[in-house]
Design a protein around this ligand. Sequence first.
Ligand SMILES: [Zn+2]
Ligand SMILES: [Zn+2]
Length: 409
Amino acid sequence: MDLPTLATEALRKGIQLIGTGDCLHPKWLREIRALEKRDGGFFYKPAGEIGENITTTFVLTVEVEDTRRVHHLLIVPSISKAEELYESFRKYSPDIDSDGRPSLRLNGAEIAEHAKDAEALIGPCHAFTPWTALYAYHDSLKACYGDMAGYIPFVELGLSADSSYADRIGELHDLTFLTNSDAHSPYPIRLAREFNRFHMEEMSFEELKAAIKRERGRKPVLNVGFPPQEGKYNESACIRCYTHYSLTEAITRRWRCRCSGLIKKGVRDRVNELADCDGTHPEHRPPYLHLIPLAEVTGLALHKSPSSKAVQKIWEALLAEFDDEVTVLIDAPIDSILGAHFDFNSDAHERVVEAIKAFREGKVRILPGGGGKYGVIELRTGTREEVKELEVKQEPERGKMKQRSLLDF
Ligand SMILES: [Zn+2]
Ligand SMILES: [Zn+2]
C-alpha cells in the first residue's frame, strides 16, 4: 500500500483521485510530501505503459476514532493543515505516532471543531456497521456531533449499505453519500471495490470539496458499490460461528448465539430500527450502481480464486483491451468482448463473457454476509437445471456454510 503502488493500481481500475489514508502519521506524511504538488492535490505519475499524461491524484484523508469508538473520516486541504491537525490532536492521542488511524480522547463534536478549524471536511465512515460506527453507538448525527451536526457534509456508507438503506433515515437526506472502498490492500478486488463519480472541473481539494457540498454546479453523479448483502455485517449474525438470526430472534436470545458467541446486529436490522421515512431519494441523490469486482466475476466464471494466476491473466488481458473495469463490466458491448482476441483458451473466454452477461442481467444471487463474514455471490449462468441444482446445493444452514468467496480473505 505504498503511494506508487496505489497510484499505479488505481489507474488500472479507472480511478483518478484517491485518498491517501493515514495522513496524520508522520512517516506517511513524509512520503506524501515527496509527491509532486498542485492545488491541494498530490500527483504521482506511474512509469511504464500507461498513457503519457495520465497521473493519479491523491487527496489527504485520515480516519480517527473518538472516545465512543466512532470512526470519522477527515478530508484535509493541505500538508500544513494536516500538520496543524496532528499538533492539535497529539495531546489527546496516545497512539498518533504509531497508528495510522489514531484514537483520540475527544468526542465527535470536539473532533468536528478541530476539523473545522483546519478547514477539513468531516463525516462518519462505514456509518452503519455494528462496530466503531456512528449508528452503532448513537441514534442520530446530533447525538454524535452535537451543535456541530450542521457542519457535517457527508456520510460514508460502508460496504453493507447503499443509498436505498441510508435514505430511509430522514436526517441523512441533506448529506452527500460517499461510497469509499476502505481498501487495506491494493489488489483489484479490494482497491476501488467501491467508488464515487463526481462532476468536477479539475483534480483538487477545492473541487472535491465543492462536489461533496454540491456547490457551484459540482456534485456527485454516481455512487458505486457492492450489493449491500455482500458486506460483512449485512444481516445480524454470530461473530463466532456466523449463524444468522432475525432481529426478533436475536432480541429473544439476548444477542447470544446458541454457540454462546455474540450476535452482532446487522446493518439491515439497524437501518430498519432507525428508519423514519419511506426511502424516497432526495432530488440531488445520484444513482447507485451495484458492482462486483471484475476479478470476482472472472473467478466465479472459472471456479477459481480471484487472486489465482489464471484469473489475474484474464483480468490483465481484458484491461489491456478495454482500459478499465467499468468498461468491461458495464459499458462494452457483449459482442465486442466475445469478438476480442485473447491469448487464453476460448472456453475460458466464453465462460467469462457469460458471467459478465449474467452480472449485467442481474442474475446474481447473494447469500448475505453477517457477523464479520462477507456475503457469498453466485452468478446464475448455464441452463435452468444447473441453476436449480446450484440453488439446492446452496441452501444448507447458513452458519455451517463454508465461505466460498475470495472476498473472505
Ligand atoms: Zn474505520
Ligand atoms: Zn454462534
